[in-house]
Design a protein around this ligand. Structure first.
Ligand code: DX5
Ligand code: ZN
Length: 232
């Protein structure tokens, strides 16, 4: 069986004046998942979007909405995102005082749950909560902004995370997705896949492509990303 790769456009770099259309165009061009970046100007030095925008996007697409919470504290807002139609909710361990409890809260609200690791955050946080994790998200930039440069050290961390996940899956049969976020582009996506990622966030590389007026503006960039993944 060939490996399944998923492309997850980060709407942070989309045109917010036409957000619904941006999402449907990206999905129509072959993207798989909507990556939804939530920032609170406290945990990270930027402010973005909340449950209201998630709720507005829900009826425009059947695609999985992958909510990346860069907020602290994190628990209060989780049920709101579940009600707004999120499918996956991930958070940073630094954003929660009780990581196991927060993972359980996400699951109790009917969503898939995941942990996000900043570039310098050790992977140890996942070791005793694997049974509650559906996705591991590794940051390959410091969170807060789109358009930053990929930190190469993330490749080493991906290999380590891949080994932990594979060992767990071999033991339990349960699948955990491994997502990478930050600075992914056509030039580096194949190396990132070889290091073990199966799900690829792409913000500026994707939404920066093509002309605003062209409804097929994302066809060629998604095609180029897929062509690189095809070489892996
Ligand atoms: C950064 C966000 C990312 C970001 C990725 O804090 O979590 O999802 O939007 O954007 P690019 O692909 O431009 O690095
Ligand atoms: Zn993100």
């Amino acid at each position: 069986m060939g490996k399944q790769f998923r492309i997850a456009p980060s709407i942070l770099s989309a045109n917010f004046a036409t957000l619904g259309l941006e999402v449907t165009n990206a999905i129509a061009s072959g993207a798989d998942i909507v990556h939804f970046d939530v920032m609170d100007n406290h945990f990270v030095p930027n402010l973005t979007i909340g449950p209201l925008v998630c709720e507005a996007l829900r009826p425009v697409t059947d695609a999985i909405i992958d909510v990346h919470l860069m907020v602290k504290p994190v628990d209060r807002i989780i049920p709101d995102f579940a009600k707004a139609g999120a499918n996956i909710i991930t958070f940073h361990p630094e954003g929660s005082d009780h990581i196991d409890r927060t993972l359980a809260l996400i699951k109790d609200n009917g969503c898939k749950a995941g942990l996000v690791f900043n570039p310098a955050t050790p992977l140890d946080y996942m070791d005793y909560v694997m049974d509650k994790i559906d996705m591991i998200l590794l940051m390959s930039v410091n969170p807060g902004f789109g358009g930053q440069k990929f930190i190469p050290e993330a490749l080493k961390k991906l290999r380590l995370a891949r080994a932990k996940i594979d060992a767990y899956t071999a033991e339990t049969g349960r699948e955990i997705w491994l997502e990478i976020d930050g600075g992914v582009n056509v030039a580096n996506i194949a190396d990132i896949a070889r290091a073990g990622a199966d799900t690829f966030v792409a913000g500026s590389a994707l939404f920066g492509a093509g002309k605003d007026s062209d409804p097929h503006r994302y066809d060629s960039i998604i095609g180029a990303l897929r062509a690189e993944l095809g070489k892996v």
